[in-house]
Design a binder for this molecule. Sequence first.
Ligand code: NAD
Length: 258
Amino acid sequence: MDFTGKVAVVTGGANGIGRAVSLGFVERGAKVVIVDRDAAAGEALAAEIGKAAIFRAADVTRAADVAAYVKAAVDSFGAIDCFHNNAGIEGRVAPTAEYDEAVFDAVMGVNVKGVFLGLRHVLPVMIGQGRGAVVNTASIAGLVGTAGMPAYVASKHAVIGLTKVAAGEVGKLGIRVNAICPGPISTRMVQDIARQVSPNNPESVEETYASGIPLRRYGTAEEVANLVLFLCSDLASNITGAQYVVDGGRTAAPAGVA
Ligand code: NAD
């Protein structure tokens, strides 16, 4: 996977999965535009990488911010070859019967509208170029339900829907759009969820959940990045409109009896 001469944009690129993807692109020769609302982490990562990276502070729910990071990418590096549409939030853990309306709106805002706005502003650039690859970050929560996370599950199902629609629209131009469905990955997000589920013993949540995963562990951000890079690369030249699971086997074979 060689991205020499390519330009990648990664939203939610300052931390967790997006950070690993940003570093992975740069290691393989790309220039990267790191987009995040966490300016401190984003600036620090761009400084660590050096001149192959720029950071743009943005809230992906705001169209003006999205237009600005797309313009910054084109102005700075001349194109957008790869787009990892990745920023997301988990919301609160609560049953549907008690779920807070404002939290529901916030989760849908980042995870659905943010992904839509990314596509809305990046696809015209890729259409103009006649090339490009997009990876939207869904989740295994985009494939199966999880009690206590109605907004997150609904939002990630929507990401897969947006992926299929966009893939159908731009495939004739050679532009590919795929989704990834990570299982539990050791990032701030799952640590937050664990603290909500078990404030006094968050580590127990990982132990219990991991025991139901065939590989018996959470994944790493780098393992997810490997999939994103593959889907953005020419090795995936016939893959579009697909959703790829990277979950240690969790959805294929949840805790069995043997
Ligand atoms: P993370 O919290 O480490 O990283 C998310 C990043 O997105 C942060 O840097 C945050 O500042 C940024 N962000 C959040 N809202 C934003 C906004 N409105 N505008 C701009 N940036 C914003 O979490 P992560 O685990 O790396 O999550 C990345 C993606 O992976 C998310 O879409 C998440 O839903 C998805 N995902 C994570 C897991 C997991 O287990 N960690 C599993 C499946 C899917």
